[in-house]
Ligand binder design. Structure first.
Ligand SMILES: [Zn+2]
Length: 250
């Protein structure tokens, strides 16, 4: 019986490696400067890795990172700031393109409520100073449901409304099955791909080399966060292999 399941797993992985899940054109993300907005050091690799890898492969795109806290919930804020810079180097993002906020109103924590107006002011300052017209952040469900992640969406939405021609994309949150059983979910995605050729989202699938880069960014970059269960995320979670982005209309 074990051979049946192993064979099935290999077949699914084979299908997933050759099927292009791209839907709407990814190229619309390729602006001169693109900002990724997230809540904590390690969010960029745990959730946005395929997008970062895709953007970083285009030399005419400058990728910027705005991290709204230093992730100090466990008193490791100073270390985690350094880890973010190290992880970003895996995606060839220079330190000069990274800003990590240290605003007491945006403290890391499950019970911390972040004011979207405060966040919007920080984001607006960054995008106007750097002349950025496209940003990507969490959607309103924040992938893991973390309130700091959800707050990123509302802050980015408010900031984007203040800037002419600004485009905002969000990373789609999915349910448990899709989140943790990526390889099995590939079967469903292949079927959906056949049934519906016109979907209004962008799918970015990381290729083998990119997946390794994302894993390295987590394992080598964010060492303080590499407790045992993180390996489950790295090897099973959809977000290490694939990002689905949706444009926000406002
Ligand atoms: Zn986070």
């Amino acid at each position: 019986m074990i051979w049946f399941w192993l064979t099935l797993a290999v077949i699914i992985m084979g299908i997933a490696s050759v099927v292009d899940f791209s839907t709407e054109s990814k190229s619309k993300l390729l602006k001169d400067r693109v900002l990724i907005i997230f809540a904590h050091p390690d969010d960029e690799s745990m959730f946005f890795g395929p997008t970062l890898e895709y953007l970083s492969q285009h030399q005419n795109v400058q990728v910027h990172l705005l991290c709204l806290s230093n992730g100090n919930a466990d008193g490791l804020g100073y270390l985690r700031q350094t880890e973010l810079v190290n992880a970003a180097s895996q995606y060839r993002i220079p330190k000069s393109n990274i800003q990590i906020l240290s605003d007491k109103r945006l403290s890391d924590g499950m019970y911390e409520r972040w004011d979207s107006i405060v966040i919007a002011k920080h984001i607006h300052k960054y995008i106007t100073e750097k002349d950025i017209k496209l940003a990507i952040t969490f959607d309103k469900d924040g992938i893991s449901g973390h309130p700091n992640h959800k707050a990123c969406f509302y802050g980015a939405l408010n900031a984007s409304k203040m800037v002419a021609d600004m485009q905002l994309f969000t990373l789609k949150s999915v349910g448990f099955f899709q989140k943790y059983l990526y390889w099995l979910d590939c079967c469903r995605m292949v079927v959906v791909q056949f049934l519906s050729s016109k979907q209004k989202h962008i799918t970015i699938e990381a290729k083998r080399q990119s997946i390794q880069t994302i894993r390295n960014a987590m394992i080598e970059g964010h060492r303080s966060q590499m407790v045992w269960f993180r390996y489950g995320w790295i090897y099973l979670s959809r977000y290490m292999f694939l990002n689905t982005l949706e444009q926000v209309v406002f």
